[in-house]
Each structure stands twice: as structure tokens, then as C-alpha cells.
Design a protein around this ligand. Structure first.
Ligand SMILES: [Zn+2]
Ligand SMILES: [Zn+2]
Length: 314
């Protein structure tokens, strides 16, 4: 495949459609301010010479104009030097999808949880305990290496009662990760202080990853001190996010990871378009520029860190 062409599995002639439904969940065809998004997948970047892994993607989420299989998504990623991914579940439906996908393709590892914004919904139906029990059962799969994404989201969940449920659910996930010896993958939106406080109050799981790291140098210094991984996504490439690049520069080189959070958080210059693991090289190049280090050197470090965080893909 030549650089600057969209991978064929992501191409469609259907210019009027929205995200296809299928069995999975679909991302909205409008952005957060209600504007219609451009739904064509961006062109593929120049391949990376030193391969890395995408440690946070949601293959169950449909976006764009086409439905892409797990195999095609991972083939497109491999063609640009992204040799594996961690498929992340946010609810029971996507947790079951994840375990099936792990059996289909050895380039995937998995992480399972009830998302902090979903925890109050499960609790409201009286189903949070049974959902956590099923997450723990499914997490026995040998290729599930993470409990996540869990944590706190005070941006989307604003009620005091709901935030209490998030905190309870977060602690339960910490306990599951610790008992199963799995990596804790944290979603932290507008909740840095409480996330850090709860992590330090509870007995720690063996490894902790801040997915889509959204803090500044203060949080990066805390992560450095405790050996918590910091995973950077598309926003590190956005012009306004100097605080993320400052945090990245301060981050210990052995704690830096890269992710897409696809289909969300598409890197510059394709913000708002659908995202996929094959887009990782755009973010890696923005990170190398921010740290002012050779791209291959940073890719080698990130690849090693990803194995340190989740274990081997073999
Ligand atoms: Zn998240
Ligand atoms: Zn996510």
C-alpha cells in the first residue's frame, strides 16, 4: 500500500450514509457541538520503520461509512508499522465482543471494564454487581491483560450521587485488577485529584496506565514518581494542547505509551474524522517532535514499554 492512500477496507462509495450499525455500537455522525462530521477515513501515513502497538482501541464501535472487520483493521495497521493493539471494552456487550475478537486474531490483547459513565446506569438497574462479576469471569481469558477502562469522568457525569457510584466502581475494578494480576487502565476526565487519591488509598494493582493522558506536568510528575504509564493519544498533536506536550517531555521515557482511542480522538490534521489504529504514526511523529527525539528511538522505547505494561503479544 502506498502512503497517502486510505486503506481499501476503509473506503466506501456511499457518500450519503452515516456510521453503519451492524452488531456493534455506532459513533454519532455529528460532533459534540452538533455539527455534521466528515465521515471519510483519512489517508494512511508514512509507515513507521520501528513498529509499535496501539494500546487502546474500540473495534466494537462503528464509525465512518464502512464496516471494517477486526482482521482488516489489524492488516491496515500492520501495513504502517502498528503490529498489535489492545481492544478495550466499556460494558458487557463490548466485553463479550472483545473475548470473541481475541480468539479470532492473535494481534489483539484485551482490557475489560464497566466504563465510569456506564457504572451509574448499571447501578440504576441494580445490575452493577452482576456486571462486575461477569467482567471478572471474562477477564480469566489469557489474552485479557487489562482491567479498563475504569476510573472517573466528572465531565460527562456531574451528579454527586453518580460520582459516588463511579468511585465505588473504580475501587472494585482496582481490586479485580490486583487480585487477577492485571494492568489497570484508567479513564480520567476532569478528575485527576480523586483518581490519584483513590489509587494511593487502595492496594495497588501491579501496573497502572493513564489512558489518553490528559494532565499537565503536575500529574506527569506524580506518574513518574509512582511508575504509572502515561498513554498519549491524538490530542497531543492538537495545536492548543501545549500542556500535554509539556507533560510528555517531563514523562519518564520508560513510561510513555501511544494509543488511538479509535474511532475517537483522531490526530491532527484529521481531527473530527473517523480514527483507526493505522493512524498511530501521525501521533508518534507529533510525539517525537514534541520530545525532540529521533522517531525510531521513541518508537523502540514505546514498543518496549507496551510489552512491559501488558506482557508479550506472542
Ligand atoms: Zn476513556
Ligand atoms: Zn477509550
Amino acid at each position: 500500500m502506498c502512503a497517502s492512500e486510505t486503506p481499501s477496507a476503509y473506503l466506501s462509495d456511499d457518500v450519503d450514509g452515516g456510521p453503519t450499525g451492524g452488531d456493534g455500537q455506532a459513533r454519532s455522525s455529528k460532533d459534540e457541538s452538533g455539527r455534521k462530521r466528515k465521515l471519510e477515513y483519512p489517508p494512511a501515513p508514512e509507515p513507521l520503520a520501528v513498529p509499535v502497538m496501539d494500546n487502546h482501541t474500540h473495534l466494537n464501535f462503528r464509525d465512518g461509512l464502512v464496516e471494517v472487520s477486526v482482521k482488516d483493521a489489524l492488516d491496515a495497521a500492520a501495513a504502517v508499522g502498528v503490529q498489535g493493539a489492545v481492544q478495550v471494552a466499556c460494558d458487557l456487550e463490548s466485553a463479550r465482543f472483545t473475548v470473541r475478537a481475541l480468539d479470532e486474531d492473535s494481534r489483539l490483547l484485551g482490557a475489560l471494564a464497566i466504563h465510569p459513565n456506564d457504572a451509574p446506569l448499571y447501578a440504576g438497574r441494580g445490575e452493577l454487581e452482576s456486571a462486575l462479576a461477569e467482567i471478572e469471569t471474562l477477564a480469566a481469558h489469557p489474552r485479557v491483560r487489562g482491567i479498563g477502562e475504569t476510573g472517573l469522568d466528572y465531565f460527562r457525569t456531574t451528579g454527586e450521587e453518580e460520582q459516588k457510584i463511579q468511585q465505588y466502581s473504580f475501587r472494585r475494578h482496582i481490586d479485580i485488577a490486583r487480585r487477577l494480576g492485571l494492568t489497570l487502565q484508567i479513564h480520567d476526565r476532569d478528575a485527576h485529584d480523586d483518581v490519584v487519591r483513590i489509587l494511593l488509598e487502595d492496594e495497588q494493582p501491579p501496573r497502572v496506565v493513564f489512558h489518553c493522558f490528559s494532565g499537565d506536568e503536575t500529574l506527569a510528575a506524580i506518574c513518574n514518581e509512582h511508575g504509572w504509564f502515561m498513554s498519549f493519544a491524538g490530542p497531543v498533536s492538537f495545536k492548543a494542547n501545549d500542556h500535554l506536550r509539556a507533560a510528555l517531555r517531563l514523562a519518564r521515557r520508560d513510561l510513555i505509551l501511544v494509543e488511538t482511542d479509535s474511532p475517537f480522538l483522531t490526530p491532527h490534521p484529521f481531527r473530527g474524522r473517523p480514527n483507526a489504529s493505522y493512524m498511530i504514526p501521525y501521533t508518534m511523529r507529533a510525539m517525537a517532535a514534541a520530545v525532540d527525539v529521533d522517531l525510531d528511538t521513541l518508537c523502540a522505547a514505546v514498543a518496549q514499554n507496551t510489552v512491559d505494561a501488558y506482557g508479550s503479544w506472542d
